[in-house]
Design a binder for this molecule. Sequence first.
Ligand SMILES: Nc1ncnc2c1ncn2[C@@H]1O[C@H](COP(=O)(O)OP(=O)(O)OP(=O)(O)O)[C@@H](O)[C@H]1O
Length: 448
Amino acid sequence: MTDGDDQQSLSQSIKGRLQEGVQNSVFRDKGLLDPDAVIDEDRIVGRDEQLDDIITYLRPALQGNRPPNMLLYGPSGTGKSLIINAVCQQVLELANSQDDRFGVIKINCQTIKSHDRAVYRLAKNAADEAGVDVGIPQSGISTDQKLNRFYEVLSNNFDSVIIILDEVDLLVGRQRDPNDEPAYSKLLYQLSRASQLGRIEGHVSVAALTNDPRFMEDLDGRAESSFNPQDVVFPDYDANQLQAILERRRDAYQDDVLEDGIIPLSSAFAAQDHGDARKAIDLFRKAGEIADREGEEIVSEEHVRDAQQEAERDRTLTQMQGLSTQKKLSLFATAIVPVYSQRNLNAIPSTVAYRVYQYLTDLLDADEKSRDSYLRYMSEAETYNFVTSEKRGRGYGSGVHKEYTFVDDPGVVAETLQTDIRLEEVEQEEDLIRSVVNAQIEDFFEGK
Ligand SMILES: Nc1ncnc2c1ncn2[C@@H]1O[C@H](COP(=O)(O)OP(=O)(O)OP(=O)(O)O)[C@@H](O)[C@H]1O
């Protein structure tokens, strides 16, 4: 065989293996479960009230009038973007059919650092939407010049425009002084005033999206009165609504690959976490990805549980990145108590956890901090929502102690921390640590 033949057979084999994966996938149309998927109207479940309100508010755009400004608020994953986008899309199609120049200009404020950047992004998106050149540089000119160009693009190209500011409360800008007006306040004032003062020829209205129910309270007085929005509230979904949302995307999967419990279980997990549809969809997709990865033909409840654990692990990891080694060690010592305990132990006495912590510092040759420091670290862990605590008066020693309960699975927390470099060697001593933990628990409960 020549080198060329070798090469060819390798390519064939790679191709074959790639295709095998595709052919055997449990998914039929995974794109439907993409977090940013644009879905058909018939896949939207409920939200009739919000749809009705937004349709009523946007109708004037098709009748030559200015729609009101809107404030859409509710926790994440409750359909704010979905519903405003769906209605805007329909307005766009109807406006096109009657030769009205309607535009939707959208920015997500999460990644925008300053008021100036937000204005540039608006001008750029408006120019892209109109199919014209933005005509200004990103830096080197004043924000006012950018704002003027933005107004010019709108005036020249649109009869009516909706400006969607997603995650508006995150556009705080560079506040040098805490009393400085946040960037979103300034922007909302400018946009609403420009429209009222006729600085833009067509009709402009702003839809601001936020998770913060107190957003309006943080607005500067003049911004509040000129923005003056119609509120549309998006409450949490309950488990039944989440189930219905997933049911309408069941065809993301092949026929007969989903065990019965998959949709209810994914919904139940997401409902525990304030009823976030994004979370339900993520779990529903991740379960299938795990099944694919394991080469299984059926998605089982176990895959959903694994997906939930993976999601917890990701969240825990992100949150833990900022902790110092001592804090990680305190949290680890606390988490392994229920993991290694022979008793069914949900609430972890601080006395036991601190002794385990002391043992670990010795084992790892790390600094041993005082009991007070340990308690302080754990209070911080509480503010990060890793644990909750309660004061108790039982047990040996000084009487009153605290009991910690982990918000997520302590096994996941311990595992995540253990992979942290400094804790690796703990693995080699697992049996020893397990016996120390149980000895401390027995001491505690037998009041020695
Ligand atoms: N009522 C619903 N019917 C069908 N799918 C929904 C519904 N509500 C939300 N979703 C889906 O859930 C995901 C999150 O929704 P969306 O982005 O609209 O939430 P949001 O409220 O804007 O969240 P955030 O505040 O985090 O931006 C999207 O994939 C969306 O398609």
